[in-house]
Design a protein around this ligand. Structure first.
Ligand code: EPU
Length: 336
């Protein structure tokens, strides 16, 4: 564990934005973390996982920590479940593959999501009909105020759509160390999402296994979403907006083809990608900042875009969706 000075954060963010950290260190254990947090360096508050949900708009003044706590272990089992604990610094998809290789079901729909295990609960990652909270058992996190490690069960995390306590009231307070998942020994498939059914049909699979579902999800993601290794991006830049019935009825009368999904408490979730596309942004590019050609919810860096350029593009998109539909989109990505 050594603290480095003036480090480029370019290799540590999937948007490939050039920004520097005044100080930078990786942490591989709780002890290392505590030494750094309670040491002399001024902490910036930024703790990076896979760096796949951040946009840097300026250089970071202070110490940036990169969580590299590793490990994947079964902690207990019962007749139908297996409880697997992973270090926050493990790569998410590598962990998904580890569980698929042992035929433990539950994470297949969440295949190929960029990022780390520790970042996954922060925004309750979700895709193709499954969210992290559906397979979550508990996590342990270091509390920077109490200076102690606490265990959080399902209810403590206050999971919501792309949301949790770690993104709201507890933002910046906790450092996630390990996450434990409850997986199925006899997998129960979740294939109600139309795109998965279509893909399985194309693959000629009639009785899918969890490995087939994972392969289908990987194919869909590769066809729609840019690979951050090739084109800088942070997945969905905005959340899908949730509106009340009245707003939904008003809009659906004007736009009968508008995609919409029932949400909690009589509300309706709309597709931000569709709203943005309707405003004419899909495939837009100015300099190196752009909107992806296959999925308008994803902003991309074609090479040398700055965080501020991406951010100002997102401002323009917010304004035009507000003007055309009267809907205020919210960013999903963390802006620093
Ligand atoms: N759509 C358009 N134009 C676009 C994009 C989408 O018309 O440019 C329409 C689609 O045709 C579809 C609807 O919008 O009718 C929804 O699109 P899609 O199924 O691609 O999903 P999404 O709502 O845009 C969400 C998640 C993704 C996740 C997919 C699949 C959010 C913010 N995004 O996207 O998550 O992979 O569902 O479950 O909830 C991420 O969070 O980074 C992410 C990629």
């Amino acid at each position: 564990m050594s603290v480095q000075k003036n480090i480029s954060l370019l290799p540590y963010n999937s948007f490939h934005i050039q920004a520097s950290a005044a100080e930078f260190s990786t942490v591989k254990s709780v002890e290392e973390l505590m030494n750094l947090l309670n040491g002399p360096a001024k902490l910036s508050g930024l703790i990076l996982g896979g760096g796949s949900n951040v946009l840097f708009t300026k250089n970071v003044d202070g110490l940036v920590l990169k969580n590299e706590i590793k490990g994947m272990d079964e902690v207990k089992e019962d007749a139908s479940h297996i409880y697997v604990r992973a270090g926050a610094g493990e790569n998410w998809h590598a962990f998904v593959e580890y569980t698929l290789g042992r035929n433990w079901g539950g994470l297949e729909n969440l295949s190929l999501i960029p990022g780390s295990v520790g970042a996954a609960p922060i925004q309750n990652i979700g895709a193709y009909g499954v969210e992290l909270r559906d397979v979550f058992y508990e996590l342990d996190a270091y509390d920077r105020i109490e200076k102690k490690v606490f265990t959080f069960g399902l209810n403590d995390c206050q999971f919501g759509y792309r949301d949790s306590i770690f993104k709201s009231s507890g933002k910046g307070r906790y450092v996630i160390l390990h996450v434990t998942f409850v997986l199925h020994k006899n997998p129960v498939l979740n294939t109600h999402y139309g795109a998965i059914q279509d893909e399985l049909r194309k693959m000629g699979v009639h009785s899918p296994t969890i490995q087939d579902v994972s392969r289908a999800v990987i194919k869909i993601r590769r066809s729609k979403l840019p690979d951050p290794a090739e084109l800088g991006n942070a997945g969905s830049f905005f959340k899908n907006p949730v509106v009340d019935q009245k707003t939904f009825l008003f809009l659906s009368e004007r736009y009968p083809e508008m995609p919409a999904y029932p949400h909690e408490e009589q509300s309706v979730k709309l597709a931000a990608g569709w709203l943005i596309e309707q405003c004419g942004w899909k495939g837009y590019r100015k300099g190196d900042a752009g909107v992806h050609k296959n999925q308008a919810l994803v902003l991309v860096n074609y090479g040398k875009a700055t965080g501020s350029e991406i951010f100002s593009l997102s401002e323009q998109i917010l304004q035009s969706v507000q003007q055309k539909f009267g809907i205020q989109l919210e960013r999903e990505v963390n802006v620093f």
